[in-house]
Design a protein around this ligand. Structure first.
Ligand code: AMP
Length: 398
């Protein structure tokens, strides 16, 4: 049993200086925020603390600066955030030292202040104790609402949790509750759909899943490596032939764990890696030597549908084909729509995550119909790999 974690229900924030770690790593173009999704996600926690009379002091990183760099300043993001939360958001030019201290001292209950990019100090990523102590001076409690950064043990994502009373923000709480329902304490049977380009980036993930789920659908380019390992000629398809032994080991582990493996039974094949390249469905015994498998075939999609129908819980990461290039998005889109319909009908708990997966679900127009869609890339994958996330572990009650 995983230990429970503290939330905002466990603390009275009135009059307190709340160091709130958020994900403000929004896409920008020429100094303008182009997508406010991440701001929308953290807005409820900010608003709740401010409305309860807490002083909201925002901590976040932006980009990968090497030291102070104006192009990675959080100032324009803070301005955009003010529009999203519909309240003034102050800004301090540094996250520690006199500048930060003065700005915090000037705050009234309910005020919101954004501190400059934590990564302007190299000590942030080193989780340097002196830097953690400097940050901790500015707050009475620490609230972590940045699940997407929770796989990193940095000063503002983990270190502060050892110095100050630590709580999960509402976004973090929602994410952890959804993930818990998906893999840690799911309604069975559980199915996982794993796609994407390569096996090499998802070996740990596949090994963890076969011991946890009842059925594992493998699609995308990585399925080709498994098919090749089983002696199927995959023509010119993307396949990591040197990983055949790894693929076979995963299949054996699945069998030992009673996890059904669902590999494609047919394939959509083209002769050019390009959108709208002419394509046909082929059986696995007839993949042309010059052909490339760019999507699962229609019979495979049917199999995925019935596997989804048999499941009560679904976890999904990775597209089933080269979904950026129509028509090779078909398998992913049709399966996503099916999972969404089952979810809407109350038959399925569906959790999906990862950058390409979110893009594919948006392309299918069904992201809103899944039970939960995680926008966290690395942290979501490490969770699927079964690894403890430092920024979450530090929130757990002893
Ligand atoms: P990943 O980042 O590992 O989830 O991989 C996502 C990428 O895999 C996307 O860019 C897809 O276009 C690509 N992909 C999926 N299936 C195939 C395939 N059969 N052949 C080539 N690329 C694929």
């Amino acid at each position: 049993m995983t230990k429970p974690f503290r939330t905002l229900d466990d603390v009275d924030v009135r009059g307190k200086r709340v160091l709130l770690r958020v994900d403000l790593n929004v896409p920008m173009d020429q100094g303008r925020v182009t997508d406010t999704t991440r701001l929308d996600r953290v807005a409820p926690t900010i608003t709740e603390i401010a409305d309860k009379g807490g002083k909201v002091i925002l901590l976040a990183h932006f980009g990968r600066p090497k030291g102070r760099d104006a192009k990675d300043s959080l100032k324009p993001v803070a301005a955009e955030l003010a529009k999203v939360v519909k309240k003034p958001v102050g800004f301090a030019d540094d996250c520690i030292g006199d500048v930060a201290q003065k700005a915090v001292d000037a705050m009234k209950d309910g005020d919101i202040l954004c501190l400059e990019n934590t990564r302007f100090h190299k000590e942030e990523e080193k989780n340097d104790p002196a830097f953690v102590a400097e940050l901790a001076k500015l707050g009475d409690i620490w609230v972590n609402d940045a699940f997407s950064a929770a796989h990193r043990a940095h000063a503002s994502t983990e270190g502060l949790g050892h110095k100050l009373p630590a709580y999960a923000g509402r976004t973090m709480q929602a994410e952890l509750e959804a993930l818990n329902k998906a893999l840690d304490a799911p309604t069975k049977p559980v199915i996982a759909i794993i796609g994407g380009a390569k096996v090499s980036t998802k070996i740990d993930l596949l090994e963890n899943l076969v011991s946890k789920v009842d059925a594992l659908v493998i699609g995308g380019g990585m399925a080709n490596t498994f098919l090749h390992a089983r002696g199927i000629n995959v023509g010119k398809s993307l396949a990591e032939k040197d990983l055949a032994a790894t693929a076979l080991r995963i299949l054996e582990k699945a069998e030992a764990a009673n996890c059904a493996i669902i590999l494609p039974v047919d394939a959509t094949v083209a002769f050019h890696f390009a959108a709208n390249a002419p394509s046909h469905a082929y059986g696995l015994d007839a993949i042309p030597a010059e052909g490339m498998i760019l999507d699962v075939g229609p019979q495979s999609v049917e199999r995925v549908h019935s596997a989804i129908d048999d499941a009560a819980t679904l976890v999904w990461n990775g597209p089933l084909g080269a979904f950026e290039m129509p028509p090779f998005d078909r398998g992913t889109i049709v399966a996503a729509k099916h999972a969404a319909a089952r979810t809407k009908a109350g038959k399925l708990v569906s959790v999906a995550g990862g950058g390409d997966t979110v893009a594919a679900l948006n392309q299918a127009g069904v992201a809103g119909d899944f039970t939960y869609v995680s926008t966290a890339g690395g942290a979501f994958l490490e969770w699927m790999e079964g690894k403890p996330l430092p920024g979450v572990e530090v929130l757990r009650t002893q």
